[in-house]
Design a protein around this ligand. Structure first.
Ligand SMILES: CC(C)(COP(=O)(O)OP(=O)(O)OC[C@H]1O[C@@H](n2cnc3c(N)ncnc32)[C@H](O)[C@@H]1OP(=O)(O)O)[C@@H](O)C(=O)NCCC(=O)NCCS
Length: 305
């Protein structure tokens, strides 16, 4: 701020020197730069050295009360491009209908809400995580039957999970908030939904979901729980928008996000190594205003699946 436009010119010049050096001379596969869209001097410099815009997350940043988009740019190594092919040329794999569905209306309760429930839906409710959840989750992780959504099974210990709980639940301004998703009928835990990297200044976060029981995936439970999370995120916490990152191979999660009203925001290419190649994420965003404007309507049986 102190140096105004000059600071942006220095930043542009520095990046124009460093990025080609890191990739063309030092041989890194790629360099990624993330920046606010209003840094136009820097954006122009990145385009001039041949960087490619890979994503635009809408209205993620707050600059003195004005919402500003967030951009990412990639500079890819030519030798790696030859070996792996162009990750921007790959069509993002898709499954599902690809259309947003109405938000299920608020559930009306007959009696008291389930114990510790923060939000209650028709079939599931959200409550804070408890140490006892992690014995179940750790054991379910070892019996995971699907691998397409991640790089193999994630094998956490219940102790590691429990030790993180204090860090997550004690701060006044937690960076991460996870809720356990429980089945109303039996109170059993099905999975978690939550917010990661919460930024209270810019009022955005990343959403995450994980259903530990494969038999409860693909039946709309994840989307029902997500809408409860979004209600809490936008109407209680007061965030302006959320984003989500999904591996290209996780077509179900991407389909669920499209169903929940998220829009595609670009890709984060060559983001992690997997099976002899570098894989990519597809990015999504959703504004509070968009979520509020979605129709409220009970899901028919067919809309749930
Ligand atoms: C991601 C997750 C929370 C989504 O919840 P869900 O209850 O499965 O989602 P929904 O049933 O509401 O929607 C799933 C969508 O994927 C499609 N789908 C269902 N099964 C699928 C499968 N095996 N492969 C690909 N797509 C599938 C459905 O058709 C539906 O889209 P549509 O209604 O537009 O046709 C859940 O599947 C899950 O926990 N998966 C494992 C962990 C994970 O991937 N977490 C997210 C990491 S980014």
């Amino acid at each position: 701020e102190r140096f105004g436009d000059r600071a942006l010119r220095w930043k542009a010049e520095a990046l124009s020197l460093i990025v080609p050096w890191l990739v063309d001379e030092r041989g890194r596969p790629s360099v990624k730069i993330e920046l606010p869209a209003d840094e136009t001097t820097v954006v122009e410099a990145l385009l001039t050295i041949g960087m490619q815009q890979s994503a635009r997350i809408r209205q993620m940043l707050d600059h003195d009360g004005k919402r500003v988009d967030w951009l990412s740019f990639h500079y890819l190594n030519k030798a790696w491009l030859q070996a792996l092919g162009d990750p921007f040329a790959i069509d993002i794999p898709r499954t599902g209908i690809g259309q947003p569905r109405p938000v299920p209306p608020k559930a009306t309760l007959d009696g008291d809400p389930p114990k510790n429930a923060v939000l209650v839906g028709k079939r599931v409710y959200l409550r804070p995580q408890e140490p006892e959840d992690f014995q179940i989750v750790a054991s379910l992780a070892r019996r995971e039957t699907e691998t397409f959504f991640d790089i193999g099974r994630y094998l956490p210990s219940s102790m590691a999970f429990t030790s993180r709980l204090d860090n997550q639940q004690k701060p006044t301004w937690p960076a991460v908030v996870w809720f356990a998703v429980c089945l109303r009928e039996t109170d059993e835990i099905l999975g978690v939904v939550g917010l990661l990297n919460i930024d209270y200044q810019h009022r955005f976060a990343e959403t995450g979901s994980f259903f530990h029981r494969p038999e409860f995936r693909g039946d709309g439970y994840g989307s029902e729980a997500k809408h409860l999370l979004l209600e809490w995120t936008f109407e209680v916490l007061g965030l302006h928008m959320v984003q989500s990152w999904v591996s290209f191979s996780n077509t179900r999660s991407a389909a669920a996000l499209r169903k929940q009203g998220y829009s595609e925001a670009g890709r984060m290419v060559w983001a992690y190594s997997h099976n002899g190649t570098l894989d990519s994420f597809v990015l999504f965003d959703l504004l509070a205003t968009e979520w509020r404007a979605m129709p409220r309507e009970e899901w028919s049986a067919s809309a749930m699946t």
